[in-house]
Design a protein around this ligand. Structure first.
Ligand code: XUL
Ligand code: CO
Length: 439
């Protein structure tokens, strides 16, 4: 194994440890609620932020050297693959996620690009076999190249649509070949800058056509993984069609794709849509569309996707509460779609960022289990809706009550006198007690 990152394997040392290169909460093989923590959490490394991203922003060039001593494109790509597996080994991260273009640079033609991807896939296949690491999901970068300036599946130019179709077909083949458990569609430029030049109806019809073509092809080659859509309301475009979980679910139902897709919910995308992370997870769970998570956090004061490593234990707890209520992950997992800050440019910063994120979610898992075991929240919610279990409430739920029955009932009632307190502050104090009690 390479030694780019310098530290040994990161070990669990418990909450009292002051060793920064240790886990305080993530004890991968400790069994809680019937399975090891690693199986509850299914952590994944995001190739794009971790391996090639050098910290470039709108105002400055990169600050981190991600060449790993390589000289040209494919040499660097191979070294990054070795470094990624070293990092996963050291952090005990079992999965990774990638875009096709994260793995290998584009060539002059699509055939050359595909050949490069195949060459890197040969190496990845060997690394996967020797380490047991797995692909959580793959995807295609159909937003970075100038050909996709107006979108890919929603491009006004059918040549761009065709190119995207071919690129995604190849990305699905690579994901399948590497044993991927999922495939993500994130609509990087599938939206618009102005309605003045946009045919929204045709664009969305075409996006649905592309998804149907790709899903059918994937199933025809034996890919049995999950397909996900990752909602995001804006950035890079002013308005993205996959705005939020509810919008995506309506889109899937409208085009008859709801049996084929689940959702990959990203925390910072929820914030950009004006929702909490928990809200998006709740919508996914209650519509049976919960699939996977891009675990990161934004900055409440900023209006863009900062993709920070998640350290907010309240959000992590409420996220894991929804995951457990959804029955846990099946093929999905917690992918850290997160990057160290531009000023945190060292390799040790990469290790420390992952440790911080993994510990926050390990803590969140334990706190969410305590919340469920404690039962006060669940009992409160059950009792709040108990009126629907008998009398007029049961008749509403069963559909037995007609509009005339309800009118008769209301007339006889005179006034509603049965409201009780929502007790929000009490419930927030229960949450505090459980979270803080677990330190
Ligand atoms: C961008 C984003 C993507 C997707 C995969 O905001 O989240 O990295 O996760 O394309
Ligand atoms: Co993401």
């Amino acid at each position: 194994m390479s030694d780019f990152f310098g530290a040994g394997k990161i070990k669990y040392e418990g909450a009292g440890s002051d060793n920064p290169l240790s886990f305080k909460h993530y004890d991968a093989d400790a069994v809680i609620a019937g399975k090891p923590m690693r199986e509850h959490l299914r952590f994944a490394l995001s190739w794009w932020h971790t391996m090639p991203a050098e910290g470039t922003d709108m105002f400055g060039v990169g600050t981190a050297d991600k060449s790993f001593g390589g000289v040209d494109g494919m040499d660097v790509a191979r070294r990054r693959a070795a470094a990624a597996f070293e990092l996963m080994e050291k952090l005990d991260v079992d999965y990774f996620c990638f875009h096709d273009r994260d793995l290998a640079p584009e060539g002059e033609t699509l055939s050359e690009t595909n050949a490069r991807l195949d060459a890197i896939s040969d190496e990845l296949e060997t690394l996967i076999k020797s380490t047991g690491k797995k692909v959580l999901w793959g995807t295609a970068n159909c937003f970075g190249h100038p050909r996709y300036m107006h979108g890919a599946g929603t491009a006004p130019n059918p040549d761009a649509f065709a190119f995207a179709a071919a690129q995604i077909k190849k990305a699905i083949e690579v994901t399948h070949r590497l044993g991927g458990e999922g495939y993500v569609f994130w609509g990087g430029r599938e939206g618009y800058e102005t309605l003045l030049n946009t045919n929204c109806g045709l664009e969305q019809d075409n996006m649905a056509r592309l998804m149907r073509l790709e899903v059918d092809y994937a199933r025809s080659i034996g890919f049995a993984g999950d397909f996900y859509i990752e909602p995001k309301p804006k950035e890079p475009t002013k308005h993205q069609y996959d705005f939020d979980a509810a919008t995506v679910i309506a889109f899937l139902q409208r085009y008859g794709l709801d049996k084929d897709f689940k959702l990959n919910i990203e925390a910072n995308h929820a914030t950009l849509a004006g929702h909490t992370f928990q809200h998006e997870l709740r919508v996914a769970r209650e519509t049976g569309a919960f699939g996977s998570i891009d675990a990161n956090q934004g900055d409440a004061l900023l209006g863009w996707d900062t993709d920070q490593f998640p350290t907010n234990v309240y959000d992590a707890t409420l996220c894991m509460y929804e995951v457990i209520k959804a029955g846990g992950f099946t093929k999905g997992g917690l992918n850290f779609d997160a990057k160290a800050r531009r000023g945190s440019f060292t390799r040790e910063d990469t290790l420390l960022s992952y440790i911080a994120g993994m510990d926050a979610f390990a803590f969140g898992l334990k706190a969410a289990l305590r919340l469920i075991e404690d039962g006060r929240l669940d009992t409160f919610v059950d009792e709040r809706y108990a009126g629907y279990k008998s009398g007029i409430g049961a008749d509403i739920v069963s559909g037995k009550a007609t509009i005339f029955d309800l009118e008769r009932y209301a007339l006889a009632l005179g006034e509603v006198t049965t409201n009780t307190s929502g007790r929000q502050e009490y419930l927030e104090s229960v949450l505090n007690q459980i979270i803080l009690g677990g330190i």
